[in-house]
Design a protein around this ligand. Structure first.
Ligand SMILES: [Fe+2]
Length: 449
């Protein structure tokens, strides 16, 4: 039996299939190249290659869309006839994959961790678990799951830099900014083209209000993280946020047009970012032209193919687009999907019930001008909103909306209360907090006049 380059047994693979597995795994870790197309080539020659089917299933599932979850289920089914000849590790991963496609994300994360306990150099299990942790908003395990395997990795192992990159992001989400930045920079010293490590350091700069440095960080190394990188849209989104910090809507929209949403979104991941960027600009009273219609149209297509109710974080962003474009029927369908999910089983049921549904109702209130209710609704779940995933930077949209809702409701004290948080955490480099404070002051003065 052949092994991967970290000593993991690969049943049903010959030497060539194992090399293709390495290439697909690297594409999964680096976002450069197409892991599914690469592993499909191996599977065409070696249909009994269980690890190949597993890799395909995990790549597809971690795109976090119902349509790809169905394809992941098919990939697991293709592996099933070969399970008898598979290793214990591969059978455990098949069971973890089964939990995923059943929507049991917490159980899947545990199952993946048991594999990592026995095989801490299983880069496939680690990469998958890291993304599952991201979608579950499990910051502790974004860091600690990587910590648990890190002692088993050394710099001479292929993919070591990606393990450091994951650790860097986990450290950042646990607010250990100095350690996160140091670790991210160590990863990039080994592999400068690692977009996830670039991203981890970018998050540190975002959270610390190091805005000018953040622009320079991304622009100066754009040739490393952008070309042919499937994750580039998100780092461009971060760059747009840095430009938006001092209120440069034009620069943010330029990045939106060229890199975040240059055409109808192929993946919901980038549509989420496009939506979130337009929403932030709209909160700033920026003119986004016709762009909302394109985004809402993309979300409508996802409605038509039954995506609502799969992942509450996505549903919130669909709702933002439909509120912005006053598509009441589409918004109602998102709400119906969320209610159905909330009444069901699995990880997304809890996410929808605890976070997604109350937030979408609050956003609907915001759209209808019920600003006090919107502020109340967001405030009630803001501090548990990590349960439906995303990063601190992504969920900052909730606080920005809460501040604007409170201001429009005439509750300047509450708006200033949340602005204070931002002023303390992101000064002196960030202009966003002071601008919000001036804006709330102006609105309050106008109201008093
Ligand atoms: Fe990010």
């Amino acid at each position: 039996m052949v092994e991967d380059r970290r000593g993991i047994l690969l049943s049903g693979a010959d030497r060539r299939a194992a090399e293709q597995y390495e290439a697909a795994l690297r594409a999964f870790q680096s976002y450069v190249g197409d892991p599914v197309a690469t592993i499909d080539e191996a599977l065409a020659e070696s249909p009994a290659f269980v690890g190949g089917h597993l890799l395909k299933a995990f790549v597809l599932y971690t795109l976090a869309e119902r349509q790809f979850a169905a394809m992941a289920r098919d990939a697991l089914a293709a592996a099933a006839p070969h399970a008898a000849g598979a290793s214990d590790r591969e059978r455990s991963l098949l069971a973890a994959g089964q939990r995923l496609v059943e929507g049991q994300w917490d159980a899947a994360a545990l199952a993946l961790d048991r594999v990592l306990a026995a095989h801490p150099r299983d880069a496939l299990a680690l990469q998958t678990a890291h993304l599952v942790d991201f979608y579950r908003g499990d910051a502790l395990n974004l860091r600690n799951r990587v910590s648990r395997v890190l002692p088993h990795w050394t710099a001479d192992l292929p993919g070591y830099s990606y393990v450091l990159g994951m650790h860097a992001f986990g450290l950042e989400e646990m607010n250990q900014y100095r350690e996160a930045e140091d670790t991210g920079r160590r990863a990039l010293a080994i592999e400068p083209r690692d977009g996830w490590s670039v991203h981890a350091v970018t998050h540190v700069m975002e959270m610390q209000g190091r805005i000018d440095e953040g622009v320079d960080w991304l622009v100066s190394r754009e040739e490393d993280w952008a070309p042919d990188n499937g994750f580039a849209f998100h780092n461009f989104w971060h760059l747009a946020l840095f430009h938006l910090d001092p209120g440069d809507v034009r620069a943010a929209l330029d990045l939106y047009d060229r890199h975040v949403h240059p055409q109808p979104a192929a993946f919901t991941l980038s549509l989420v970012d496009a939506t979130a960027l337009l929403w932030r600009i709209a909160l700033e009273d920026g003119d986004v032209g016709e762009r909302w219609n394109g985004v809402a149209g993309d979300w409508s297509e996802r409605l038509a193919r039954g995506e609502p109710g799969f992942y509450a974080f996505n549903d919130l962003h669909a709702a933002l687009a439909f509120v912005a474009t006053r598509r009441a029927d589409d918004l109602a369908r998102v709400l119906a999907g969320l209610r159905e999910a909330a009444a069901g089983a699995g990880s997304n049921a809890a996410m929808s019930r605890d976070v997604g549904l109350p937030l979408v109702q609050a956003i609907a209130d915001f759209g209808d001008g019920r600003y006090g209710a919107a502020a109340d609704g967001i405030e009630a779940v803001r501090d548990i909103a990590h349960r439906f995933g995303g990063s601190h930077a992504q969920r900052d949209l909730l606080t920005l909306t809460l501040i604007e809702a409170a201001s429009r409701a005439g509750d300047a004290d509450r708006a200033r209360h949340y602005i204070a948080e931002r002023l303390v955490h992101r000064q002196p480099g960030s202009a966003w907090g002071p601008r919000l404070a001036r804006r709330v002051g102006t609105a309050a003065a106008r109201r008093a006049a």
